[in-house]
Design a protein around this ligand. Structure first.
Ligand code: GDD
Ligand code: MN
Length: 411
């Protein structure tokens, strides 16, 4: 039995979210362990002892001494990590990680797997909504050759407890949306929303995982080398303590995750990697630009109706307000990772001036393109305007990326 003599917390892995191959470093004492089961927690103080106790009882029977439990807590305000740490002396196979600089369910699971020693990596919720007894079935399916063994609510023996119609609709709706955006991933399993599964370590080594939000399974199937998938039915239980942390934010992150996987895997992924075009950033830039259109039109309308300003001045001023709107969002979101390293009002003002200049040039380009398409090619004026907006958006994005948010300036 691997005993974790001290009750010290696990060091939190940093850097890329990559799982190492199984090597002799993973063997402590005289034998490697089979299963590393990660339990991601956030505000599970009242559940964690029960979870550890039940899992220990079950796994001591099924695979005595051949497993470890890894609680990965994101610095819960209720100090779940501290309760888990206090359990270590009584549960030698328990290890606890307290993350303070990162947050998020998916990355928590991966950090736990990075610290894991097992040949099979698993995940189970830390609130007893996943019936632990399914673990032995999942283990058996991996031993029978599956790369991924998934607990599913949508196969024989599966189901959910008394979920509201809304909750069922949202869960199924998310699944349908996923099937539309990423059929090659979500179409491979009956319950892509599940966070209860085991995967053979070799199926997810040497890939850089890049999840966002709650659905770690999408990342494993989307980026892993998962050939064979097996499923076991389970009924998703009601919580006895605490509550679900799912908010609208997780739904937004889910869509972001689907798009990110769509653009970076499969055929499209090959193209974007070859062209090396930052497609995710470009989509964010486009979304900001789209918001700018509404700001532009609203301000234009107010200037024309409330202040009775002339056409040209209203056009120019509303365009400038839209440019300011776009700059603020791009500086915060689209290029946030770069601008946060170029802190300071002076740096920011410099970026704004450059952004302004590039966008004003973009307006000139738009005007030239519209005139050429409308006057020389006889194109419909609205279609010409749309094409011109697309051309100007690519110009604005690319030149701003290279000039206003130039990475070389990052300190
Ligand atoms: N470390 C960490 N960080 N753990 C988290 C975080 C986080 O940001 N957010 C949630 N957790 C933990 C919770 O403490 C719980 O143990 C587990 O992740 C699931 O979170 P819930 O908030 O209880 O999710 P749910 O009940 O709505 O379940 C849904 O999501 C799960 C995770 O994908 C269902 O779809 C489940 O099937 C799924 O397993
Ligand atoms: Mn839950």
């Amino acid at each position: 039995m691997n005993t974790n003599s001290s009750n010290s917390l696990l060091a939190v892995p940093i850097g890329a979210l990559k799982i190492a191959e199984f090597t002799s470093d993973h063997i402590t004492g005289n034998n490697p362990i089979l299963l590393s089961l990660v339990i991601p927690t956030y505000k599970e103080r009242d559940n964690i002892e029960n979870v550890v106790n039940i899992l220990t009882g079950l796994l001591n029977e099924a695979i005595p001494g051949d497993y470890e439990l890894i609680v990965v807590d994101d610095d819960s305000p209720d100090r779940t990590w501290e309760v888990a740490q206090s359990l270590i002396p009584a549960y030698p196979q328990l290890r606890v990680m307290r993350r303070q600089d990162e947050r998020g369910l998916s990355s928590a699971v991966i950090r736990g797997w990075q610290a894991a020693k097992g040949r099979i990596l698993g995940v189970i919720d830390g609130d007893l909504q996943h019936p632990p007894e399914v673990l032995t079935q999942l283990l058996q399916k991996i031993e029978e050759g599956a790369d991924l063994a998934l607990a599913s609510r949508h196969v024989d023996g599966g189901g959910v407890s008394s979920w509201s119609v809304i909750r069922r609709f949202l869960s199924r709706g998310a699944q349908v949306l996923g099937l539309v955006i990423l059929p090659g991933v979500l179409g491979r399993v009956t319950d892509p929303m599940s966070g209860y599964f085991m995967v053979r370590r070799g199926a997810i080594t040497n890939v850089t995982l890049n999840p966002v939000g709650y659905k770690i399974l999408l990342e494993v199937i989307g980026r892993g080398k998962v050939e064979e998938i097996a499923e076991a039915g389970y009924v998703f239980r009601e919580r006895t303590e605490g509550e679900s942390k799912v908010t609208w934010k997780q739904y937004v992150e889910y869509i972001q995750h689907l798009i990110r996987l769509r653009l970076s895997t499969g055929r499209l992924g090959k193209i974007t990697r070859k062209v090396n075009f930052p497609i995710g950033r470009f989509l964010r830039f486009g979304a900001v630009g789209f918001s700018g259109v509404f700001v532009d039109l609203t301000v234009f309308h107010l200037m024309r109706t409330v202040i009775n300003l002339g056409l040209t001045r209203s056009t120019i001023l509303s365009a400038e307000v839209a440019i300011l709107n776009n700059f603020l969002w791009n500086d915060l979101w689209t290029f946030g990772d770069i601008s946060r390293k170029q802190a300071g009002k002076r740096q920011r003002f410099k970026r704004f001036l450059k952004f302004n200049m590039v966008c004003l040039a973009g307006i000139i380009i738009q005007t030239l393109v519209v005139n050429f398409l409308f006057n020389s090619l006889g194109m419909n004026q609205y279609l010409a305007k749309l094409v011109a907006i697309a051309v100007a958006t690519i110009w604005n994005f690319w030149v701003n990326l290279k000039l206003s948010w130039r990475v070389t300036e990052v300190k």
